[in-house]
Each structure stands twice: as structure tokens, then as C-alpha cells.
Design a protein around this ligand. Structure first.
Ligand SMILES: NC(=O)c1ccc[n+]([C@@H]2O[C@H](COP(=O)([O-])OP(=O)(O)OC[C@H]3O[C@@H](n4cnc5c(N)ncnc54)[C@H](OP(=O)(O)O)[C@@H]3O)[C@@H](O)[C@H]2O)c1
Length: 288
């Protein structure tokens, strides 16, 4: 199927960067990580790189990775030939590396693997209650001062933890929080999302397809088959994009045709009635 879409862009939180409303995730699976770490073998590397390149060619300009994913090298190959200043590369520091020196060293390793002179968004992957946030953020602020990082973000932070991180960052704002958000997991709507909307903090919505489950579940609904010409993945992603201006889903797709399909989530809007019915039908289905 052909999907001709013109990408949409929105300012990413308080940064001035106009990010595509859909980014690309690069967490594959534990076996990918183990093979990469132990044997430097990157399973289906060429296919994964061609999927990422297809997304970039079609106007996606944001890629999410992390030191733990073992995909920073893949990202470096995928972005080769694209203009660096038109891209938004986000990576993450693992919670055991959150001491001052640990952060600085982890960032250097990520920069080397990414083959970049700076990281656009450097995120704390998970909070670590054993290491003071002040210490971590002092190091992250230094990375911004040195031009190695442009913006700071967090991931898997509750509202309280996000507020604490904001207080602990001496000079630079926390521009985003990366958390799970999809039609089946709407926990952030209670307090985190409204706070982020009020304060213009971007939400990177991970598992936007509920790790693939939504594409199967949505197929069972009467309403989604009525949204003419749209696939379940496109419906799930469109729902997120329209939910809030601060939400940027980062689906992972390992094949170019899936990236193309996912980009077909952009350029149209689920109407209010369809949205509501899908939400209600899903509630009924998951209650059963
Ligand atoms: N910060 C965190 O703690 C955290 C946690 C989890 C994820 N993340 C980030 O969020 C990204 C996305 O999350 P995720 O990868 O767990 O889940 P996801 O994006 O919700 O789902 C990925 C699954 O959906 C499949 N898929 C993609 N497009 C599809 C389509 N059009 N039709 C049918 N199936 C499709 C993928 O298949 P194929 O890949 O086989 O094509 C894969 O199996 C990650 O890659 C990572 O960057 C962050």
C-alpha cells in the first residue's frame, strides 16, 4: 500500500527545534543487545538501518536511542549523509552511571558511538534513588556548557520526580520526560500529562503501539475498521499525536515498509466521535 504524507513538525517543548510529530525508537530486544554486546553482531543490521533511513528520507527528524540499547552505532550509520543540524538525536544514560564522573564518561562513550560532536537530548533513563539528582544534573549541566549536549531530559520519572529534577538542575531546564503512553496505558493522563502541557514539557511516548499489541487489538474493534483506509498502527499513532501538542510518539519499526505505514499516521485526524468510540470499545475489550 502507498501512503503519501507530508510530515508535520512541532516545537519540541521549550526547545526551538521543530521535531517531526513522530520519531523513531531503536530498542529492539534483549537478544539483540546480548549479541551486540558479546559478539558485536547486530541482528538484521542492514534492514534496521534502511528502515531508519527511509524514515529520515520521508521527513522524520528525531531518533531515540540509549547506551543500554546497543543501537547508537546503528543510528550513526543511519544518519550518515543527512544534515546533522536538521536532526534531533536523543540518547539516554543508564541509572548506574548517574554519579558525576559516570555521566561525563557515559556521554563521551555515546558521542563516540554516535559519531557526533553533540547529542541533542540527553536523558536520564530511569531515576536512581541512591544517587542524588543534584550530582547527576550538575554533570549534565556541564555537558551543555561544553556544547556536548543541547537539551536535558528524563525518562520514567513520575510527576514528583520530574519536579525534583527541575529543582535540581542549576542552569538548564528539563525539556522532556519519556514515558509509556498509548491507547492501552493512559496512566500519565492523571497528573503528568496535564503538568507537562501547562509547562510546555515534551512527552516522548514510548511503546506507542503497546509493543505491537495495539495493532492486533485494534483490528478487533468495529470502529477502527470504519476509519477508512487507515491501519491499526496509524490509528494508534494518530490518537497520540492528536491527544496533545506536547506528545511525540516514538514507535520502533524494523522494516522500511512499516516506517512508511507509520508515517501514514500523520496528516489527518481521527474525529472526536471515532476517538471516543475506540476508547470505549477498547475499555470493554480489555475488561473481558
Ligand atoms: N525509556 C524507556 O524506558 C523505554 C522503554 C521502552 C521503549 N522505549 C523507546 O520507545 C520505542 C518504542 O517502544 P517499543 O519498541 O517497545 O514498542 P512499540 O513501538 O509500541 O512497538 C514496537 C513493535 O510494533 C511493531 N510495529 C511497528 N510498526 C508496526 C506496524 N505498522 N504494524 C504492525 N506492527 C508494527 C514492531 O515490529 P518490528 O520492529 O518487527 O517492525 C515492534 O514489534 C523503543 O524502540 C525505545 O526507543 C523506551
Amino acid at each position: 500500500m502507498d501512503y503519501i504524507t507530508i510530515m508535520e513538525y512541532r516545537e519540541f517543548g521549550k526547545t526551538s527545534f521543530k521535531a517531526s510529530v513522530i520519531g523513531m525508537g531503536t530498542y529492539y530486544d534483549p537478544s539483540f543487545i546480548i549479541l551486540a554486546r558479546l559478539f558485536h553482531h547486530y541482528k538484521d543490521k542492514d534492514l534496521k538501518i534502511s528502515a531508519l533511513r527511509k524514515g529520515l528520507e520521508l521527513g522524520i527528524n528525531m531518533i531515540d536511542t540509549a547506551e543500554i540499547y546497543e543501537t547508537e552505532k546503528l543510528v550513526s550509520e543511519a544518519i550518515r549523509g543527512f544534515k546533522r543540524d536538521e536532526l534531533f538525536i536523543a540518547t539516554k544514560v543508564w541509572p548506574t552511571h548517574l554519579h558525576y564522573d559516570g555521566v561525563l564518561k557515559a556521554a563521551e562513550r555515546s558521542l563516540k558511538r554516535l559519531g557526533c560532536s553533540y547529542i541533542d537530548l540527553y536523558q536520564i533513563h530511569f531515576p536512581n534513588p541512591l544517587i542524588p539528582l543534584e550530582e547527576t544534573l550538575r554533570a549534565m549541566n556541564r555537558l551543555v556548557d561544553e556544547g556536548k549536549v543541547r537539551y536535558l531530559g528524563v525518562s520514567n520519572f513520575s510527576l514528583e520526580q520530574l519536579k525534583r529534577a527541575q529543582e535540581a538542575s542549576p542552569k538548564y531546564e528539563i525539556v522532556s520526560n519519556q514515558v509509556e503512553y498509548n491507547l492501552l496505558d493512559r496512566r500519565i493522563e492523571k497528573d503528568l500529562l496535564p503538568y507537562c502541557e501547562r509547562n510546555n514539557i515534551a512527552i516522548l511516548a514510548y511503546r506507542p503501539l503497546a509493543h505491537g499489541k495495539l495493532t492486533r487489538v485494534l483490528r478487533k474493534l468495529k470502529t477502527s475498521s470504519r476509519v477508512e483506509g487507515k491501519t491499526p498502527a496509524q490509528i494508534a499513532l494518530n490518537w497520540l499525536i492528536n491527544r496533545s501538542r506536547v506528545v511525540f510518539p516514538i514507535p520502533r519499526a524494523s522494516k522500511p515498509e512499516r516506517i512508511v505505514e507509520n508515517i501514514g499516521a500523520v496528516g489527518w485526524s481521527l474525529n472526536g466521535y471515532d476517538c471516543k468510540t475506540i476508547e470505549e470499545e477498547l475499555k470493554d475489550l480489555t475488561r473481558k
